[in-house]
Design a protein around this ligand. Structure first.
Ligand code: PLP
Length: 443
């Protein structure tokens, strides 16, 4: 499973973006996040192209920056002509810091503080995606105070329960996100939004879940959302001009994961939208989408240095397990702990060897932070460089300093060049926010 520009070079090493990953590990140290810039750019272009070609109305694609955000990725996404979805003051601040046009920013979040709303309004973000009636009223008050009319979408819960890990399901009714369609609360909120000062209601939003390997949840949600647009029209007389279907398309973590191609995804969604518009008598609204994982996950690879391999006897077949310890773990990738996420890896310095030996890759934290259970690697031992694939989404973004680990560096690779876009944290960085009360200083 070689992804993007990954290939095995003449030395038998894994290469990404024309860079030998063994050299990258030597030059920049490990753990190291390596991002295939060409693949990110290609994904942004393709995603925009397939929906642009197939959908009958306007399409805007926003990169969901929660998946991975450093200044460089925001700059790439902006260069590729996408909008950006932010979900906190920090994500907003980062996007603005690289000159992302505020009108191309979509501001999400189930609880935005007054301070965050003020920042978004002061900077002129294009859309707030309002999560609940309370936020709607606060936004109206703050926007009015600034003398502006803020374009918004209202996030609704379509009551779809997608087949994905329970912690990344969001479209079901029992959710902390959005306002329920089925019990009438969403319609009440829409009616209120249409009367509040400082608010320009542009449309509705939903996001059903993440890492979806088929399109069923999206097509189910489309039916509910378009029917709801029709209800809004009949109840209020207002045709909302925008429909946002969030993100959610899955990626390949393992060989047998087969998410729909971008083309198939666009075809299925657009066909379902066409059918629903006809069924409910709705004019084609602008379509907004917010892919995160599907734009960046496969472009990311994490390089680790292998410490020891340790064989233990176990009760189950085959009677032993080999734990291979690497120099990172849950601080650079908490997803296996959070979601039982699965990954594939290969020995970067012997990428051409048969993968005929099964090991369990263990992190080095004070938890049982297993990164990958029972995975085929072939021969592996001390000093090898282990490349874990598909780590471009929700890895760096979710990294922590647990056990006072330093967050790894991130390098963008393309055409044989590697640029550091996030410096490895230093030991001094770990102390930067510490303060010693005077009474403890003598100790
Ligand atoms: C509102 C919203 N939009 C978009 C996304 C991105 O989803 P994905 O990374 O699955 O494409 C998320 C993910 O949590 C989300 O909550």
């Amino acid at each position: 499973m070689l992804l993007g520009t990954q290939r095995v070079n003449d030395a038998g090493h894994l290469e990404i973006g024309g860079c030998d990953t063994v050299e990258l590990a030597k030059t920049f140290g490990t753990p190291l996040y390596v991002v295939d810039e060409a693949l990110v750019r290609e994904n942004c272009r393709k995603y925009t192209e397939v929906f642009g070609k197939r959908y009958k109305g306007d399409v805007r694609i926003s990169y969901a920056s929660k998946a991975f955000l450093v200044q460089a990725i925001a700059a790439v996404v902006n260069e590729e002509g996408l909008d950006i979805d932010v979900a906190s003051g920090g994500e907003l601040y980062t996007a603005l810091s690289v000159g992302f046009p505020p009108e191309n920013i979509l501001y999400h979040g189930n609880y935005k503080s007054d301070e965050e709303i003020e920042l978004g309004i002061a900077k002129g973000v294009g859309r707030f995606v309002v999560d609940n009636p309370h936020e709607l009223r606060r936004l109206s008050r703050i926007a009015t105070g600034h003398g502006i009319v803020q374009p918004i979408l209202i996030r609704v819960t379509p009551g779809i329960d997608p087949h994905t890990h329970r912690r990344i399901r969001t479209g079901q009714e029992d959710s902390k996100f959005g306002i329920n369609v089925s019990d009438g609360s969403a319609l009440e909120a829409i009616k209120e939004a249409l009367t509040l000062p400082g608010i320009d209601l542009r449309g509705i939003h939903c996001h059903v879940g993440s890492q979806l390997l088929d399109t069923q949840s999206h097509t189910d949600a489309i039916d509910v959302m378009v029917e709801f647009l029709a209800t809004v029209k009949s109840e209020t007389g207002k045709s909302l001009p925008e429909l946002d279907l969030g993100g959610g398309l899955g990626v390949r973590y393992l060989e047998h994961h087969e998410p729909p191609s971008y083309e198939a995804f666009a075809e299925t969604l657009c066909a379902a939208l066409d059918a629903a518009f006809e069924k409910y008598g709705i004019e084609t609204p602008a379509l907004l989408l917010e892919p995160g994982r599907s734009l960046v996950a496969e472009a990311g690879t994490t390089l680790y240095t292998v410490g020891q391999a340790k064989k233990v006897n176990i009760v189950e077949e085959p009677g032993t397990r080999t734990y291979v310890a690497v120099d990172g773990g849950m601080s650079d990738n908490p997803r296996p702990q959070l979601y039982d996420a699965v990954y594939r890896c290969l020995v970067a310095n012997r990428a051409d060897q048969p993968r005929d030996q099964i090991v369990t890759v263990a992190g080095k934290h004070c938890e049982t932070d297993i990164l990958i259970w029972n995975t085929p690697t072939g021969v592996i031992g001390e000093g090898d460089v282990l490349a874990v694939q598909t780590t471009g989404a929700y890895n760096h973004a979710m990294a922590s300093n647990y056990n006072r680990f330093r967050r790894p560096a991130v390098v963008f690779v393309q055409n044989g060049h590697a640029d550091v876009v996030y410096e490895r944290e230093t030991l001094d960085d770990l102390l930067r926010q510490d303060r010693m009360p005077a009474r403890l200083q003598s100790s």
